[in-house]
Design a protein around this ligand. Structure first.
Ligand code: MV4
Length: 497
């Protein structure tokens, strides 16, 4: 392999190019008109404009990308994440054009793209699934019977859905029919596929995913787990490896199951098998992501591997250079996603210019970004500015290092999620590993953003509750103002200024 085209933009395009360069492979960037001056374009050996700003007219147009690969003589295409990365037809089209697709075949993607098909495959291999149906269910009467057997609350999910889209919790039998009808019509209008299935609702789940690597000779290994339970509206905010709760036995068993799933779909390249973990450490297969993931760096830091290099070697036909027994976990890694969103304002996207942009440095700190000082954050794409990743000898060190790195990160011009991440890193529940997917909902309110420790968080929480109570007490119209003048402001300035 001498030349790779990267069918992506931003931090992941740069990330892939860096590995290619280290391997002596030339790089081709593609870019939209909005990205003409972007870092990934300047970093590549060559660059091809593939159309207007809208991704539907540039980064999502497979034919333009294949044409760019042919024009520049690229041997292979790396899709990154998002955009065309999980498009089965694109994978097939690339291969049929005589270009190597750095990733799985279209058939593997199709097998895992439908949640029901994925569940059926997992069931065949005796992988644990959340109790429920493993076939599309359209008869409401039938569905009601199954729901009663599973026990409420239950969850209705769309087979074609993803990232939590099209999910509905049903608390009791009376709501069932209405919710199911809504779920089917929503799935039909959103995904063009009305197939839904039902599962028992796991109330306090943790999100654990296993990284796998498969080569073209049938060898598959897992690179342990990542935990991504701290998320907001199905958008991950904090990821770490390893998980703070898995014991060695569960880790081994989940790893074995993940490898089975990958083998069942003849998986080639880097993939991720997602599980839910309940309070008793029971795990259930959810789905498989057939791409390199945003949070892959935490796995790189604890295994010492470069996942992009491994993907390239695998695509080139090489055998995996290690066996499962050769792999071990070193230390602990933490990643936070830096989004141009305002945590004080319901995480509203904050567009604007990066007036100041200075990244943290020092031992155990890695920043994967694709922006630079003075740059306008493009409105057309994902608002992620960077991923801040730390590595330490243990979880505590990776967390303390993360707080230090967050404090060293200088960004002005836009609000970012860094302040939220700092809050989380200081929170007792997070630090002790006592959290689940409800962490943000349960513990976060904007008042917490400037608190420095547990005592301050508690005070902030008390003041917030007090303010809300007084606001809603109808017999004292001035109460909200009273809170502000009698303590709120003075406390704030005492603790923050
Ligand atoms: C669940 C669940 C509880 N019970 N399934 C959300 C995204 C999709 N991939 C699966 N999801 C969930 N499935 C059952 N049977 C709770 C979630 C869920 C979730 C899962 C992982 C990470 C964050 C989450 C946030 C809300 C709900």
């Amino acid at each position: 392999m001498k030349k790779i085209l990267i069918a992506n933009r931003g931090e992941i395009a740069l990330r892939i190019m860096r590995s290619a360069k280290e391997m002596g492979i030339r790089t081709v960037a593609v870019f939209s008109e909005a990205d003409r001056n972007a870092l990934h374009v300047r970093y590549a050996d060559e660059a091809v404009c593939i159309g207007p700003a809208a991704s539907s007219q540039s980064y999502l147009v497979g034919s333009k990308i294949i044409e760019a690969a042919k024009t520049t003589g690229a041997d292979a295409i790396h899709p990154g994440y998002g955009f065309l990365s999980e498009n089965a037809d694109f994978s097939d089209l690339v291969s049929r054009s005589g270009i190597t697709f750095i990733g799985p075949t279209g058939d593997s993607m199709r097998m895992m793209g439908s949640k029901l098909a994925a569940k059926a495959t997992a069931k065949k291999h005796k992988i644990p699934l959340v109790p429920g149906t493993d076939e599309a269910i359209d008869d409401v009467g039938e569905a009601k019977k199954i729901a009663a057997k599973i026990g409420f609350p239950i969850l209705i999910k769309a087979s074609a859905g993803g990232g939590g889209k099209g999910m509905r919790i049903v608390e009791n039998e009376n709501q069932f029919e209405e919710q199911m009808k809504l779920a089917v019509s929503e799935a039909t209008s959103s995904f063009g596929d009305g197939a839904v299935f039902i599962e028992r609702y796991v109330g306090s789940p943790r999100h654990i995913e296993i990284q796998v690597l498969g080569d073209k000779h049938g060898n598959v290994v897992h690179l342990f787990e990542r935990e991504c339970s701290v998320q907001r509206r199905h958008q991950k905010v904090i990821e770490e490896a390893p998980s703070s709760v898995l014991d060695e036995k569960t880790r081994k068993e989940m790893g074995r199951c993940a490898v089975e799933v990958a083998k069942a779909c003849n998986y080639v390249g880097a993939g991720t098998v997602e599980f839910l973990l309940d309070e008793k450490l029971n795990f259930y297969f959810l789905e498989m992501n057939t791409r390199l993931q945003v949070e892959h760096p935490v796995t790189e830091l604890i295994t010492g591997l470069d996942l992009v290099k491994e993907m390239i070697r695998i695509a080139d036909g090489e055998k995996l250079p290690f066996k499962q027994e050769d792999l071990k976990i070193s230390g602990h890694a933490m990643e936070v996603r830096v989004y141009a969103e305002d945590p004080a304002n319901n995480f509203l996207p904050d567009i604007g210019k990066l007036s100041t942009y200075k990244i943290p440095q020092g031992p155990g700190v890695r920043v994967d970004d694709g922006m630079e000082e003075g740059m306008e954050i493009p409105i057309y794409y994902d608002p992620m500015i960077a991923k801040l990743i730390t590595h330490g000898k243990d979880r505590t060190e990776s967390i303390d290092r993360m707080i230090r790195a967050i404090d060293d990160y200088q960004i002005t011009g836009v609000q970012t999620t860094l302040s939220f991440c700092r809050f989380a890193m200081k929170h007792e529940a997070f630090r002790t590993g006592n959290f689940d997917t409800h962490f943000v909902k349960k513990y976060f309110s904007p008042e917490m953003l400037n608190a420095n420790d547990e005592a301050e968080m508690e005070l902030a929480a008390m003041l917030a509750v007090q303010a809300i109570q007084e606001l809603s007490s109808s017999n004292n119209k001035d109460s909200a103002l009273n809170v502000q003048s009698s303590g709120w402001k003075t406390n704030r300035s005492r603790y923050n200024d």
